[in-house]
Design a protein around this ligand. Structure first.
Ligand code: NI
Length: 180
């Protein structure tokens, strides 16, 4: 297994629209899933990662996240979903968000997301799975599927706010490069 490199904005590959997985048993797909889970579990303070934000040759429609039920306080389980689709959303929240590809130590911004998200997908064995989650995961599912469509949370910002964030990104990028 390999720990994959997380791409940093403005890497052009973050704009890649991922292709659906056609054959779940394709060894390349299974390797991708194993590497993505390994990367999630070895990245501190990371709630989820999408294939298109990682250094992967042909990223597919796959994301990994820690599944838990917020209201029940269940333990966080590293989980992967393949070809995820949003079937229903409910409510609205406007809360701070960050992204592992957009200098998470420095940049957060408020984005409108659903309060409850109902998602359908396949697990790594091709079995249909369904998640209805509120709170953090309701937002995270939308965030990760945006990634698979080549979109970042900062792309949702209004122009004035985006300009402000762009300025912060330039500074954060410089700081990160200095630290490296
Ligand atoms: Ni992200």
């Amino acid at each position: 297994m390999t720990i994959l490199r997380i791409l940093d904005y403005p890497d052009p590959r973050l704009k890649t629209v991922a292709e659906a997985v056609v054959d779940i048993n394709d060894p390349e797909v299974q390797q991708m899933i194993s590497d993505m889970l390994e990367t999630l579990e070895n990245t501190p303070n990371c709630g989820g990662l999408a294939a298109t934000q990682l250094d992967i040759k042909n990223p597919k429609r796959i994301f990994v996240f820690y599944d838990f039920i917020e209201s029940e306080g269940t333990p966080a389980v590293p989980t992967c979903v393949v070809n995820p689709e949003i079937v229903h959303i409910e409510g609205e929240v406007f809360e701070e968000e960050g992204c592992m590809s957009v200098y998470p130590d420095y940049i957060q911004a408020k984005v409108t997301r659903p309060a409850i998200t109902h998602m359908r997908a396949m697990d790594r064995h091709g079995k249909p799975v369904e998640y209805i989650r509120s709170g953090y995961l309701a937002k995270n599912f939308m965030h990760e599927i945006d990634h698979l469509n080549g979109k970042l949370y900062i792309d949702h910002l209004k122009p004035v706010k985006r300009t402000l964030v762009n300025g912060k990104i330039t500074k954060a990028k410089r700081l990160k490069e200095k630290r490296a």
